[in-house]
Design a protein around this ligand. Structure first.
Ligand SMILES: Cc1cc2nc3c(=O)[nH]c(=O)nc-3n(C[C@H](O)[C@H](O)[C@H](O)COP(=O)(O)OP(=O)(O)OC[C@H]3O[C@@H](n4cnc5c(N)ncnc54)[C@H](O)[C@@H]3O)c2cc1C
Length: 376
């Protein structure tokens, strides 16, 4: 039996950095390559669900993250007129009683903290680098880097996101993310004191909401239905188009819509999802995070699932198992849980678009959060 001594992680997003931390905590040598030379965190902010906070606690970064984010509990449901329909004031405090149940965090802050922790623990990272070839042996992977260097690793982790090239190279070259017909608009703006939890607006032509990010900032989101595939929107059209989509919203969402001007920080992303067929490993190459199971954002849980993948991988590496047994255990512990998040997130999008009926969105969201509250 030969345990894993060194690992190459391909991709320095949430999954890759979390895996680098978890593997170093398990005493394994880590190299990580990130294709983007600037290694910039893309996107606005992220909701960290209770299970994500618990997983970040295991990586030893939760206190730092909460210093730069906005911890909260519960949600406020409003209608498009701004009337409060329902309210919850807390959720399960899975990270421990001293921590909030959820948080909003700016993506750059999360990335910076994960990067610093990986570096502090001795992970060797290279930005602007990728791999050009992976040759799978029975006990190791022969890796050719883009600069021509070759090295052998006991384990290679593909954490290169929804468009994963590791998935294409090693698993299935034809598998591509599927567009679901929806897209999400987001606008970062100052946070009024009253937005101290997630505000979710249902019952209008589109679902929308407000998510606190820091003490100063929050973002407004709007999920648009009936979006044509491959839509391209010029930067200067983003703000006016979001403002137009928000016509008819009153109350706090309407007030924020009125503040959107040509210079406003508005971003748009189509919703896509993809699930690699099980198992998520071949030889000694494992896919994690969005490379293996990318969900739409309806439950705000994809990033948390990526962090959980890393925590489980770290536990299995620390157990010094035979690699095949380790990879099988990874699948046993991760597959159903990740599939539930991906399927139910997709189903919520189908319900919002009127493509299915007779499904209670509260029930399918509740099923996910109840499952995620169970031990990883
Ligand atoms: C609009 C939207 C909103 C979301 N909101 C939430 C939320 O509120 N909460 C939540 O938990 N999740 C949310 N998610 C999901 C979350 O963003 C993803 O699940 C998470 O980012 C996945 O992390 P990852 O590291 O697997 O992939 P990524 O974040 O995509 O990171 C992949 C990294 O790999 C690098 N890379 C790519 N190719 C290569 C290569 N060939 N070689 C080396 N490096 C490479 C990329 O540059 C990138 O740094 C949202 C997603 C979307 C689209």
């Amino acid at each position: 039996m030969q345990a894993v001594h060194n690992v190459l992680i391909i991709g320095g997003g949430i999954a890759g950095l979390s895996a680098a931390i978890a593997a170093r905590l398990a005493g394994v040598e880590v190299d990580l390559v990130e294709a983007d030379p600037a290694w910039a965190a893309v996107g606005v902010g992220l909701t960290l669900q209770p299970s994500a906070l618990r997983a970040l606690g295991r990586l030893g970064v939760l206190d730092q993250i909460l210093e730069q984010s906005f911890g909260y509990g519960g949600t406020r449901a409003i209608d498009p007129e701004g009337r409060v329909l329902a309210e919850t004031t807390d959720g399960p405090r899975l990270a421990g009683p001293a921590y909030p149940s959820a948080a909003g965090v700016p993506r750059p802050a999360l990335a910076a903290i994960l990067k610093a922790r990986a570096a502090e623990l001795g992970a060797r990272t290279r930005a602007g680098m990728t791999v050009s070839g992976l040759t799978l042996g029975s006990q190791a992977v022969d890796v050719r880097f883009a600069d021509g260097e070759r090295r052998q690793y006991d384990l290679v982790v593909g954490a290169d996101g929804i468009y994963s090239s590791v998935r294409r190279m090693v698993f299935d070259s034809t598998l591509a993310p599927e567009f679901t017909g929806q897209g999400v608009w987001r606008f970062t703006t100052p946070r009024p004191a009253e937005v101290e939890r997630a505000w979710l607006c249902r019952g209008g032509p589109s679902s929308a909401g407000l998510i606190p990010l820091t003490h100063e900032l929050m973002y407004l989101f709007l999920v648009e239905n009936g979006v044509e595939p491959d839509r391209r929107i010029a930067r200067e059209d983003l703000a006016p188009r979001l403002a137009a989509l928000l016509t008819g919203f009153k109350g706090p969402i309407g007030d924020i819509a009125a503040r959107i001007g040509p210079e406003s920080d508005v971003v748009y992303r189509p919703f896509e999802w993809v699930i690699a067929p099980a198992p998520w490993w071949r030889g000694r190459v494992l896919l994690i995070g969005d490379a293996a199971h990318a969900s739409t954002a309806h439950l705000g849980a994809g990033g948390g699932m990526a962090i959980e993948d890393a925590v489980v991988l770290g536990e299995l590496l620390a157990a010094r198992l035979d690699p095949d047994e380790m990879l099988r255990s990874f699948m046993t512990r991760r597959y159903d849980r990740c599939m539930l998040v991906a399927r139910n997130s997709h189903m919520l999008g189908e319900v919002e678009q009127g493509k299915v009926s007779g499904v209670d969105p509260g029930r399918i969201a509740g099923e996910v959060f109840a499952t995620l509250a169970e031990p990883i």
